[in-house]
Design a protein around this ligand. Sequence first.
Ligand SMILES: [Zn+2]
Length: 128
Amino acid sequence: MKLLFSLIIALLVNLCLAKASIDKRLEKLYMKLSECSYTVTSGYRTKKHNKKVGGAPNSYHLYDRARDITSTKKCREDLGKAALQEGLTVIYYNKHIHVDDREEAKCLIKVKNGFRDCNNLMLRTRLE
Ligand SMILES: [Zn+2]
């Protein structure tokens, strides 16, 4: 009976860890980067609000799986690197970074005509 109880607890703990929300995953990173302070400027969006702010039609904000975060340039870059290492997708904008938990993580930089892939760039800085 005691063993069964332990197994059930272990199963529940695993389920919780597997389904860690984007906020839980980000909180871990905020704690690591304690010298920085971060402000989440966009989280869950309704379809109507997403349209209003010019979000992508299939934005991860619609599913509560994305956050837009501001801070100083250095702190944004540090969070971006940490988020990529955590397996999250990061999109670098001029004044904020977008982080989401899509299945296949990406690193993108917003440029004039779209997005530039920065996976190789990040891999290089990780190895340095
Ligand atoms: Zn966003």
